[in-house]
Write a protein that binds this ligand. Structure first.
Ligand SMILES: C[S@@+](CC[C@H](N)C(=O)[O-])C[C@H]1O[C@@H](n2cnc3c(N)ncnc32)[C@H](O)[C@@H]1O
Length: 214
């Protein structure tokens, strides 16, 4: 195992080590903020960037979406596929692909593209990825970006969380054409959560939801 900070590791090695160091890294439950924002949207084709072990993709697949998750870790993707299969969603409703979003490209147009906590202590060209992928949102579709507004109290990477973007920073970094995109949400939302040892905490998420004009 390399250093906790991930210093010197390539993104694929860092995240592969992160996932293979535990039987499961995330809760397996879709994020509350994500569910609250996505629930009112009409289901269609969805893409989740940095899907981890697949909880948000599985939630979408169980709520009428045909959803694909992309993650750089093949271990995370294998777990996501297994979880989708166990829920009977491996019929095309929930699919997963191991790929580096820095170079991954898609010719498909999506009704919803989401990035939840696409944040990393190692190299991640996040703004470039989000701007590039925004071109794959179908007219009338949405781009949803959820992030940490403040570090979770249990984070081992508080230094990497030092300058977390505000919702306004996120909107500015996306730099989407106002003639083509409508800002629907840019705010911070509190969410109750449990730490790895079961300690309750209230976490603040930034939420940015943009709609591509139809
Ligand atoms: C903080 S986790 C968030 C996981 C999940 N979205 C969630 O909300 O629990 C960040 C995820 O991004 C993935 N990731 C980091 N860099 C990536 C890249 N360049 N391409 C694809 N996935 C990446 C990691 O493997 C990890 O699963």
């Amino acid at each position: 195992m390399h250093s906790e900070s991930g210093a010197g590791l390539t993104p694929s090695v860092f995240w592969e080590e992160r996932y293979s160091s535990a039987d499961r890294v995330w809760s397996g439950t879709a994020n509350r903020t994500f569910v609250d924002v996505v629930s009112p949207l009409a289901p269609g084709l969805a893409l989740d960037l940095g899907c981890g072990e697949g909880a948000d993709v599985i939630w979408m697949a169980e709520h009428g979406w045909q959803a694909t998750g992309i993650d750089i870790s093949s271990t995370a993707v294998a777990r996501a596929r297994e979880a989708a299969s166990a829920r009977g969603l491996a019929d095309g409703r929930a699919t997963f692909e191991a790929a580096d979003l820095a170079t991954w490209r898609s010719a498909t147009e999506y009704d919803l593209i989401t990035a939840s906590f696409l944040q990393s202590p190692v190299a991640l060209p996040r703004a470039e990825i989000l701007r590039e992928v925004a071109a794959s949102v179908a007219p009338g579709g949405h781009l949803l970006v959820i992030g940490h507004a403040a570090p979770p109290p249990w984070s081992a990477h508080r230094d990497h969380h030092a300058n977390l973007p505000t919702p306004e920073d996120e909107v500015a970094a996306l730099a989407l054409d106002e003639g083509e995109w409508m800002l629907r949400l840019a705010e911070t939302r509190p969410r109750e959560s449990l730490g790895p040892d079961g300690t309750p905490a209230v976490l603040d998420d930034t939420v940015v939801l943009m709609r591509r004009r139809g």
